[in-house]
Design a protein around this ligand. Sequence first.
Ligand SMILES: Nc1ncnc2c1ncn2[C@@H]1O[C@H](COP(=O)(O)OP(=O)(O)OP(=O)(O)O)[C@@H](O)[C@H]1O
Ligand SMILES: [Mg+2]
Length: 232
Amino acid sequence: MLSVADIHVEYGRTPALMGPSLRVDAGEIVSIIGRNGVGKTTLLKAIIGLLRVTSGTIRLDGEDLSRLPAHERARRGLGYVPQGRMIFAGLSVEEHLLIGADLNRANGRALLEEVLEEFPRLRERYRQRGDTLSGGEQQMLALGRALVGGPKVLLLDEPSEGIQPSIVQEIEAKIASISRARGLAIVLVEQNIELAVALARRIYVMEKGRIAREIAPEHVMDEDIVRDYLAV
Ligand SMILES: Nc1ncnc2c1ncn2[C@@H]1O[C@H](COP(=O)(O)OP(=O)(O)OP(=O)(O)O)[C@@H](O)[C@H]1O
Ligand SMILES: [Mg+2]
């Protein structure tokens, strides 16, 4: 589905990504873990087209998207939930979802209805301003905004960040059911190892702009083993 090969990104003249490669198949959840500042967000932004790659390829169903602008990549099926959620000040829940649905004119309305079924809380708060939602509700809204665009691949940047444990469990259940129900490919960036282990089939460990290790399915179930990989 999505395959990223040997991409390079610089901030000014400082290299930020030095050739990470990864892939995710339809219906599969893979996780990217790594310490603060190793380039996880940079990697997602490069995939989605918010940062320019100087070399390497980003393929979706075989088509190289790496030279396309972000909105074209979104139209072709890349969905993104940014770190910190990026809810627009002053816009209602409805307006956020309509912006997302606009990407998918053909069946945006049907997808909107699906998302409201999936997240009843968003329906209850449909007219409320997004920036007055709780942190957990904002995360649901950010997920909903991405889903109404009808993505094939969903990139999630630390959905558990700053959210209390009971809501993290709710978000975990939503991510699992979204992946199952829609056969979506999901790339989950997480510092919460518990969440990564609970959801991912494979885990990539990122270090200083590179994917340093890949943890195979037979080891990803074990939180201690995963923590050891991270400590290497
Ligand atoms: N706009 C920018 N200009 C210059 N340097 C940047 C910019 N954004 C990020 N960086 C640097 O690039 C490196 C990777 O940052 P990035 O945000 O991708 O890390 P991260 O792995 O997502 O970290 P965290 O876990 O804290 O979210 C860091 O050293 C950061 O300071
Ligand atoms: Mg980050």
